[in-house]
Write a protein that binds this ligand. Structure first.
Ligand code: MRU
Length: 364
């Protein structure tokens, strides 16, 4: 996607072979790119949320492992680099998926060839993610096209939660890929952007992306979605996913479940968009998903731009109060109208996923 006319992906290799990312903790006010020189840098970038979003976490871990292998290609070093990366964030399945794929690639490769093999596999993971997200966009746009036909003469109102755009992936995004595809195809769309407290990925990142691409959007308080649905002002909700069970339960940014409940109560279609790397075939129940608990400070403080231009962090909760910062929740499959994947759209169920991915759904 483009920023000021310049095409970017969220992670890339420079001409000198360096691995670079966008520092998302500074967006939307400062656009800075950062080099990840060592595996420790990649681990820190993931845990601090300089990079975030399930597919990008996986892609960064893949390059992180490659950086580690470049320093030391021994089996022991690979084990410890993979353990360091795996411990950064527990919920997004893409992280374990990418690390397992990277380690599998290196089995039997001579030490002298491991770094090259690792970088090439990390690049393949990124390229596949781009293609999968592009395909999610095509499939999801078919839903938006159909809904738009039922709403002639006005933009289609799409609600999304958190940031599941190109910044959360390598390019295109998951939930936002259908929006970009539809917009580029000339379908008039308008996006309700949940601010997504505590870290405001909606207000900061989704709004930034949509503005940069020229997509009409309005940032709303997280709690407004239900009211807008009651008043008929949401045609469809599309969210991403950090981990989807083999039975179609969808784990995503905290607050997603409440949006799904409101959508269900108001007859608003509720879709989750996700690539294969997000599906955890080993589990069938949402409560088996580890939910990340992040620092209280993310809830007790907010960061924004001050009038003189710099960034500042201020406290918004009394000093004596404790805060509970659980980062994700699970939306049961029964509340999900459908899953939009790179292979097409399916019911959120064991059968639905098995039809799209025959041979993969071993659980349940
Ligand atoms: O905590 P984050 O910002 O990594 O959470 C991101 C989300 O919840 C996204 O919706 C999810 O990763 C789907 S991404 C394409």
């Amino acid at each position: 996607m483009k920023i000021d006319g310049v095409p970017y992906q969220s992670i890339w290799r420079g001409a000198d072979g360096s691995v670079r990312v966008i520092d998302q903790s500074r967006l939307p006010f400062e656009f800075a790119t950062v080099e990840l020189a060592r595996v420790e840098d990649a681990a820190r970038a993931i845990s601090s949320m300089m990079v975030r979003g399930a597919p990008l976490i996986g892609a960064t871990a893949a390059y992180g492992l490659a950086l580690g292998v470049r320093e030391d290609p021994s089996d022991t070093a690979i084990e410890s680099a993979a353990a360091m990366l795996a411990g950064t964030r527990p919920t997004a399945h893409n992280l374990a998926w990418a690390l397992s794929r990277m380690r599998g690639t290196l089995v039997g490769v001579p030490l002298s060839a491991r770094a090259e093999a690792a970088f090439s596999e990390a690049a393949a993971i990124c390229a596949e993610d781009v293609e999968q997200c592009r395909a999610i966009g095509v499939h999801g746009a078919s839903i938006l096209r159909r809904l738009a036909l039922a709403a002639p003469g006005r933009p289609l109102n799409i609600l999304t939660h958190c940031n599941a755009g190109w910044l959360a992936c390598v390019d295109w995004g998951t939930a936002l890929a259908p929006v970009y595809r539809a917009h580029d195809d000339g379908i008039p769309v308008h996006v309700w952007v949940d601010e997504t407290r505590p870290r405001n990925q909606g207000a900061s990142l989704t709004a930034f992306e949509l503005a940069a691409h020229g997509v009409a959007h309005t940032v709303i308080a997280d709690n407004l979605g239900g009211h807008l649905m009651q008043r008929g002002r949401v045609d469809v909700a599309i969210v991403g996913s950090d981990r989807t069970t083999a039975s179609g339960d969808v784990c995503n940014k905290i607050g997603t479940y409440l949006k799904a409940l409101a959508a269900y109560d108001n007859g608003v279609p509720f879709y989750a968009a996700l690539p294969l790397s997000t599906i955890d075939w080993s589990i069938t129940r949402g409560e088996q998903i580890p939910i990340e608990q992040r620092p209280e400070s993310e809830l007790t403080h907010v960061t924004g731009q001050i009038e003189t231009g710099g960034l500042a962090t201020v406290r918004v909760v009394p000093i004596a109060s404790r805060a509970l910062n659980l980062a994700f929740d699970v939306t049961p499959a029964r509340l999900v109208t459908g899953l939009i994947t790179e292979r097409g759209i399916c019911e959120a169920s064991v059968q639905g996923l098995r039809q799209l991915y025959p041979g993969l759904g071993s659980a349940g």
